[in-house]
Design a protein around this ligand. Structure first.
Ligand code: HEM
Length: 418
């Protein structure tokens, strides 16, 4: 483990200090300005904050995504390994996002046959219908004060219903997914301060995997038009997805497509409520939606960081990242790098310079980016259009204290402004 950079004060290690959770951008700016390739002694990881370094590391095969295997190996080496935990981690280990080429290449090619941009584009009318229905229900639910939690009523259910509906999960079963998903999320997105995260993830994962296994068995016998059937049938020459890969990708899609999109919708609505001039631009010209969503992904996107493990020693910014070291690639830092974006702290829906890294880059570039964009470009303009006087109902907002994602616990808004 590298320790050649510990001269900096521990304040810059406190990535989950309340102030850094509330405003990661100020924290990451300080890090980028003072020590862009930083060794974080608290989390025993490197933290990269420059756009150039983050982009380069994501495109560099010397940085591996296979970060679950070392944890499994560590656990197995213990005198009394927690075998339930090992089992959960083995399941996680099969996710596309944790695999390296060449295994990743074959796996992704097959998944892409089923989860293609064409299939996602065909979901437009369904996403519009679901968004309208949720907004109707939210309006009906708002009390006399007109206040709702936008996350609970819209941002949370929308992506869950969309991906579950794509996979062919019957609507009455969808409620099951909320708890499973929350439990697994605590593990995957590194709720470092939550001591019970492994226990909760274990039960959530086991139940979800059992459910998906049964769903796949059903569509094998009686295939439908859904994504689960398409995944079962996906072929590349002679090759098909194995049962383990099928379960892993279904769980990964259900899960990966959920919390991130929820946070994109909620963070975006918050940003627009806080910047009425920008909200007005989108209200006046809904055709701006695609451009606006890219800026919202940059400005306060849901993926704050991704993780890699150095597969060999790598020199970067005058430091040596040693083989085996963990590296946090701070997408939020990259997306606010003034070398790439003018006035990065300003929300500018008309911005046209610079490419954000909100969906990553390279071989692991978000597989669900087209779907997330579709959902966001449909629901965000609708929220603004239906509620012209939308305002924040409580300015005391709590952000989830996790390193990898950026999301609110609740987003109380007043729909009518009454
Ligand atoms: C706004 C919403 C979303 C954001 C910000 C987001 C972000 C990301 C990022 C940054 C990565 C790269 C991870 C890495 O390099 O380690 C990724 C990968 C991935 N995302 Fe998303 N994602 C979103 C929505 C979705 C949706 C809707 C789905 C599917 C339904 C999805 C499925 C995946 C999968 C399967 C991968 C792994 C791809 C691979 O390893 O080849 N994501 N996502």
């Amino acid at each position: 483990m590298s320790t050649d950079n510990q001269e900096l004060g521990s304040e810059l290690d406190e990535i989950l200090a309340p102030a850094a959770v509330a405003d990661p951008y100020g924290f990451l700016d300080r890090l980028r300005e003072t020590d862009p390739v930083h060794w974080n002694a608290r989390y025993r990881s490197w933290v990269l904050t420059r756009h150039e370094d983050v982009g380069a590391a994501m495109s560099d095969p010397r940085f591996s995504s296979d970060r679950i295997s070392p944890v499994i190996a560590r656990e197995r080496r213990k005198e009394r390994p927690d075998l339930d935990m090992v089992e959960t981690l083995e399941l996680l280990n099969g996710w596309l996002v944790f695999r390296d080429p060449p295994e990743h290449t074959r796996f992704r090619r097959l998944v892409h046959k089923a989860f293609s941009p064409r299939i996602i584009a065909a979901m437009r009318a369904e996403v519009e219908r679901i968004a309208d229905e949720l907004l109707d229900e939210a309006t009906a639910k708002a009390g006399r004060d007109g206040v709702i939690d936008l996350i609970e009523e819209v941002a949370y259910p929308l992506p869950a219903i969309v991906i579950a509906s794509m996979l062919g999960v019957p609507s009455e079963d969808r409620v099951l997914f909320k708890n499973w998903s929350d439990d697994i999320s605590a593990l995957v997105f590194g709720a470092m301060e939550d001591p019970d995260r492994h226990g909760r993830a274990q039960s959530g994962m086991a139940e979800l995997v059992g459910y998906i296994g049964a769903l796949l068995d059903r569509v094998r016998v009686a295939p439908g038009e859904d994504l689960a059937s398409a995944l079962v049938q996906a072929r590349d020459g002679e090759e098909a997805l194995t049962q383990e890969e099928l379960v892993a990708i279904c769980v990964n899609l259900l899960f990966g497509g959920h919390e991130t999109t929820t946070n994109l919708i909620a963070n975006s609505v918050l940003a627009l409520v806080q910047r009425p001039d920008q909200a007005a631009l989108l209200r006046e010209d809904p055709s701006l939606a695609s451009k606006a969503v890219e800026e919202l992904l940059r400005y306060d996107g849901p993926a704050k960081a991704v993780v890699r493990i150095a597969a060999e020693d790598v020199e970067m910014g005058g430091r040596t990242i040693k083989a085996g070291d963990r590296v946090f690639l701070m997408l939020a830092g990259a997306n606010h790098d003034p070398e790439v974006f003018d006035e990065p702290g300003r929300l500018d829906l008309l911005r046209d310079k610079g490419s954000h890294l909100g969906f990553g880059i390279g071989v692991h570039y978000c597989l669900g980016a087209t779907l997330a964009r579709l959902e966001a470009t449909i629901v965000i303009p609708r929220v603004l259009e239906r509620f012209p006087a939308l305002e924040l109902a409580d300015t005391d907002l709590s952000w989830n204290p996790v390193i990898l994602t950026r999301g609110l616990q609740r987003l109380p808004v007043r729909l009518t402004g009454a």
